[in-house]
Design a protein around this ligand. Structure first.
Ligand code: AHR
Length: 520
């Protein structure tokens, strides 16, 4: 019996040693080509999405002027402050599926006269339209971000959409602009990003690609550019791996004029759509599954881009990943139609992997929008009454904002694999950029939850590196998360586990960590 205990404790020790062992640096090499690079990482890759869904708008952004929660014209001050700290570049609204049910005229004018509707997609709740066009554009002004409005082409008319564009952007004298002035806005807004329907292959009208293409041609024709305003029109794109959809939209030569961007939606679902898996209660199998499915974003971007390259080699049309993120089961006891989920270190890792992919493909990916900003799916903020929580994903956006509008530095990455049972995935995800002030930022994630990784990072084109600073996001457990009334478990901290040898950094990346290196 004694021998058995001794043997088993040796076995436990061995496992411990294996788990904490460092993967040697020679196996892991990242070359950052500091003297190359021709593409800018659009800041719009760091975009957000706010739908009339659950508590995203109501309770999340909007509490109303009479609320005891501090607000400016009904919009929460704490949320605006937190999002401004991310330099949020754009906000997509009003959906999502809700967009193709939304009739914008119901959301303007005196609030007590606005008709209500049933939000059939999301919980069947009554939408009183108290948050409408003016409130949304006030929110964007408070955030200092660009609005991205998705128009209803599923159940709305061409006239209705054309009138919305006129109401928003025209300076001419017309019944629409008079109405706008009557509602308190004298000058037109500048609106750039304009979506032509949402998921028209599904909740937005169940259309075939060819039918949508015809409809998009028609609606796009009536999106006028008034005055100086220039719309950047974004057509509904494929559901994940539906490459035929992209082909139909791209092969129509006139579409080079009719659309500036083509969307793509891809969510990471750990198991399957019926039982997706818990946001917080998961094991290493689910960590691994989630990350391996997230990495498929790279394949999606590459394959959709290849089709786009065939018809548009000059890359005039942007690939717009305007819905991405983790989709878990809703939190127990919450309305299943509200899609409220918690957010852990796993979500932070997923965000970092996706953002690295978008950065590295910024020649084609011109915008991306995480779904969704507050209280819905992979949120950066959670609210409960007057309380607010910043999620692990929030801290990734905060850390990565340095890549916005910076020059992409091409990287060559050779790394070991993180294996789980019979499967394996690359253990590192990375991207790098150079800002206007010549500062270089390198974002590196260690996907392996068990092993520290030694990484040699060569900054090719520089003889000696100096002035290095690092930040890190990690936690004790893969399920670590931030919650109301509890001490924050996941945020950013200083990182100094690196040595410098000439132009090479030797980094010790802790297990399950996201690191940002700044080189001055
Ligand atoms: O983000 C939630 C929903 O997911 C959106 O409304 C829809 O576009 C997608 O299916």
């Amino acid at each position: 019996m004694k021998r058995f205990y001794m043997l088993s404790s040796c076995f436990v020790m061995l496992i411990w040693v294996l788990n904490t062992a460092s993967v040697p640096a020679e196996e892991n090499r990242l070359v950052v080509n500091t003297d190359l690079g021709s593409q800018t990482i659009s800041r719009h890759i760091y975009g957000h999405f706010a739908e009339h869904l659950g508590r995203c708008i109501y309770g999340g952004f909007w509490v109303g002027e009479d609320s005891s929660i501090p607000n400016t014209r009904g919009i929460r001050n704490d949320v605006v402050r937190a999002l401004k700290a991310l330099d949020i570049p754009n906000l997509r609204w009003p959906g999502g599926c809700f967009a193709d049910d939304y009739h914008w005229m119901d959301g303007i004018g005196p609030k007590e006269e606005r008709p209500s509707m049933i939000n059939t997609h999301w919980g069947g709740v009554t939408e009183d339209n108290s948050f409408g066009t003016h409130e949304f554009l006030d929110l964007c002004e408070q955030l200092g971000c660009e609005p991205y409005i998705t128009a209803n082409i599923g159940s709305g008319t061409v006239r209705e959409m054309a009138q919305w564009v006129e109401y928003l952007t025209s300076d001419a004298i017309s019944p629409m602009t008079d109405l706008r002035k009557q509602n308190g806005r004298e000058k037109p807004w500048r609106i750039k990003f304009w979506g032509l329907g949402n998921e028209s292959w599904g909740c937005g009208g169940s259309m075939e690609a060819e039918y949508y293409d015809d409809l998009m041609r028609r609606y796009s024709t009536y999106c006028r550019n008034f005055g100086e305003n220039r719309l950047y029109k974004i057509a509904c794109g494929a559901n994940s791996f539906d490459y035929a959809w992209t082909d139909v939209l791209m092969r129509d030569p006139g579409n080079l004029r009719r659309m500036n961007g083509l969307a793509l939606h891809y969510y990471t679902v750990c198991h399957d759509w019926r039982a997706k898996g818990s946001a917080t209660n998961f094991d290493e199998n689910e960590w691994f599954l989630t990350l391996s499915k997230t990495l498929r974003m790279d394949e999606l971007v590459r394959k959709h881009s290849t089709i786009m390259d065939k018809y548009d080699p000059e890359k005039r049309i942007g690939l717009i990943v305007d819905e991405w993120g983790n989709w878990h089961d809703v939190e127990p006891g919450t309305n299943p139609g509200f899609l409220y989920q918690q957010n852990t270190l796993r979500d932070a890792m997923v965000a970092s992997v996706n953002l690295n992919i978008f950065n590295n493909h910024c020649d084609r990916v011109k915008m991306a929008n995480i779904a969704q900003t507050i209280n819905v799916l992979q949120s950066v903020i959670l609210t409960r009454d007057e309380k607010m929580v910043l999620t692990p994903t929030y801290y990734v956006f905060k850390m990565f904002k340095v890549h916005q509008d910076a020059l992409l530095l091409p990287v060559d990455l050779k790394c070991g694999r993180y294996s789980f049972e019979e499967e394996s995935i690359p253990s590192i995800s990375a991207s790098a950029s150079k800002a206007d002030d010549n500062k270089i930022h390198i974002s590196i994630s260690n996907l392996d939850p068990n092993n520290t990784i030694s990484l040699q990072c060569e900054l090719r084109g520089i003889s000696v590196v100096s002035g290095i600073e690092g930040r890190i996001i990690t936690a004790e457990s893969i399920n670590a998360h931030n919650d109301f009334d509890a001490e924050e478990q996941v945020s950013t901290a200083d990182f100094d586990a690196f040595k410098v040898k000439g132009n090479t950094l030797i980094l010790e990346l802790p297990a399950k960590s996201i690191v940002m290196i700044k080189v001055r």
